[in-house]
Ligand binder design. Structure first.
Ligand code: UDP
Length: 385
C-alpha cells in the first residue's frame, strides 16, 4: 500500500552524508511527498532521478559549507537568507500534511516556518546534541523549539536519545529508531576485488567516512605509523566545510613518511565493494557518534570492525561481541588492536558470523522503514501529538 500522507521532507544540505543516505531510503515510494532542500547538489539530483518532487530554495546555495565556529560578523548576511528560506518553507508546508526535518538546521527553520503553517512536525535527529558539536545558543534553541513544536524526535540510538534528554529535551518526544541498511552481498574474492579496484595486496585496513576532525582519520594515520607494512585506505571527502582538516591529514601522512602506505580515495559510491576488499574496517571517531552506518556496513560485509568505545558504537557492536572497541583518540591502542586482527584473522570467524546476524536482525532497512512509516502515520493522524 502506498503511504497516503503528503510529507514535506526538509534537509539543509545538497550533499549526501550518512543522514541523507537514510533520507533517500525513507522517501522511497512516497510519490505524493516532496523534499525541500536549502541548496542544490548531488542529493537533489539523485532524488529527482528517482522521481521525487524536489523543491530547492533560491536562497541557500553554499550554506552547507558555513561552519558553526565562523564569527558573528561573517554570519550576519546569512540571517536575511535564512529568513527567506523560512518564508519559502512556510509557503510550501501548507501543501503537505506532515513536516519531517532531517537535520538540525532543517529542524530549526521548519519549526519557525511551522508557527504559521501549523503542521505536525517530526525531527529526525541524526546528531548527538553536545558542546562538541553545537554551541550553547544553538543547543538551547534546538531544545526549546523541539519541546515547544516537535510532535516527535526520532533518534538512531540510545546514546543520541540520552544526549537529547540530558540537554533538556522532553523524554516523551523521543522515539529510538535504529538506522537500517540493505547491502547487496558482493560475490567476488578479496583478491579479485583488490585487483579490480587497484588496491595493494599487502595487509589493508580502511576508514569510510567524510573527512572531519571528530571522525578521527588522523588517529588511524598515527596508528599506521606504528604498523610497518600495513596499508590504509581513507575513503571519503570533506563534505561540510572541513577542507582544512583534509589538508592537515595529507600533511600528517607526509610528515610520518606514509605516502606509499596511506591512500586517499576521495568520496566513493562503491563503499560496499571497497569495504569487502579490506582486512579490517576502522571507525576512529574521537567524539561520540549518534550511530555509525559504516559499522553496520562492515558487519554485513563480514569485515572485522575496530571502533572507538563511545556513543552508539558499543551498543551496535554489542559491547565488543560483534567487533573490537578501543578508547577514543588512542593511536597506540588502535595499532595494537589492528595488529591482533591482522595477525590471526581466523580467530575472528565466530565474531564475524555473530556480527553479520546481528546487523541483519537489528539494523535491517525494512525494520527502520516500518517504524518510521508508522510514526508518520500516527503523527499525521494526530495520535502522537
Ligand atoms: N560513504 C560513502 N562514500 C564515501 C564515504 C562514506 O558512500 O566516500 C557512506 C558510508 O558508506 C556510510 C555513510 O556515508 O553509509 C556515512 O554514514 P555514517 O553514519 O557512518 O556517518 P555520518 O556521515 O552520518 O556522520
Amino acid at each position: 500500500m502506498m503511504p497516503a500522507e503528503r510529507v514535506l521532507f526538509v534537509d539543509h544540505t545538497g550533499q549526501i552524508g550518512g543522514a541523507e543516505l537514510i533520507l533517500l531510503d525513507v522517501v522511497q515510494g512516497r510519490k505524493d511527498s516532496s523534499v525541500f532542500l536549502f541548496e542544490p547538489g548531488p542529493l537533489g539530483q539523485v532524488l529527482a532521478e528517482r522521481g521525487m518532487s524536489v523543491i530547492t530554495s533560491r536562497w541557500g546555495r553554499g550554506l552547507g559549507q558555513f561552519r558553526r565556529d565562523s564569527s558573528w560578523l561573517e554570519a550576519l548576511p546569512l540571517f536575511g537568507r535564512l529568513a527567506a528560506i523560512t518564508a519559502e518553507l512556510a509557503h510550501v508546508a501548507r501543501r503537505h500534511d506532515v513536516l519531517y526535518a532531517n537535520s538540525q538546521k532543517a529542524f530549526v527553520l521548519s519549526a519557525i516556518a511551522n508557527i504559521a503553517a501549523r503542521r505536525p512536525l517530526i525531527w529526525h535527529l541524526h546528531d548527538i546534541i553536545s558542546p562538541a558539536h553545537f554551541g550553547a545558543l544553538q543547543r538551547r534553541m534546538q531544545i526549546f523549539l523541539a519541546n515547544r513544536f516537535a510532535a516527535k524526535v526520532v533518534v538512531p540510538s540510545e546514546a543520541a536519545a540520552a544526549a537529547f534528554i540530558e540537554a533538556g529535551g522532553r523524554r516523551s518526544l523521543v522515539e529510538v529508531v535504529p538506522n537500517g541498511l540493505a547491502v547487496e552481498p558482493v560475490r567476488a574474492s578479496q583478491q579479485e576485488l583488490r585487483q579490480r579496484l587497484g588496491l595493494p595486496s599487502a595487509p589493508l585496513v580502511g576508514v569510510f567516512s567524510r573527512l572531519a576532525q571528530w571522525k578521527g582519520q588522523h588517529v588511524l594515520i598515527e596508528a599506521l605509523a606504528k604498523l610497518p607494512g600495513v596499508h590504509g585506505i581513507i575513503v571519503g571527502d570533506a563534505l561540510f566545510g572541513e577542507q582544512d582538516y583534509a589538508a592537515e591529514l595529507r600533511r600528517l601522512v607526509a610528515e610520518l613518511c606514509l605516502g606509499d602506505r596511506v591512500h586517499f580515495l576521495g568520496h566513493r559510491s562503491d563503499v560496499p565493494l571497497l569495504m569487502q576488499a579490506v582486512d579490517a574496517m576502522v571507525h576512529p571517531s574521537i567524539d561520540p557518534e549518534p550511530f555509525g552506518r559504516t559499522l553496520v556496513e562492515a558487519m554485513l560485509a563480514g569485515v572485522p570492525v575496530i571502533a572507538t568505545d563511545a556513543g552508539a558504537a558499543p551498543d551496535i557492536l554489542d559491547h565488543g561481541r560483534a567487533g573490537l572497541l578501543v578508547p577514543p583518540g588512542d593511536a597506540r591502542a588502535l595499532s595494537e588492536a589492528l595488529d591482533a586482527v591482522l595477525a590471526q584473522p581466523e580467530i575472528l570467524a565466530p565474531q564475524l558470523d555473530y556480527a553479520s546476524r546481528r546487523a541483519r536482525t537489528h539494523y535491517s532497512l525494512a525494520r527502520m522503514l516500518d517504524s518510521i512509516g508508522l510514526l508518520i502515520r500516527n503523527v499525521g493522524a494526530g495520535a502522537a501529538v
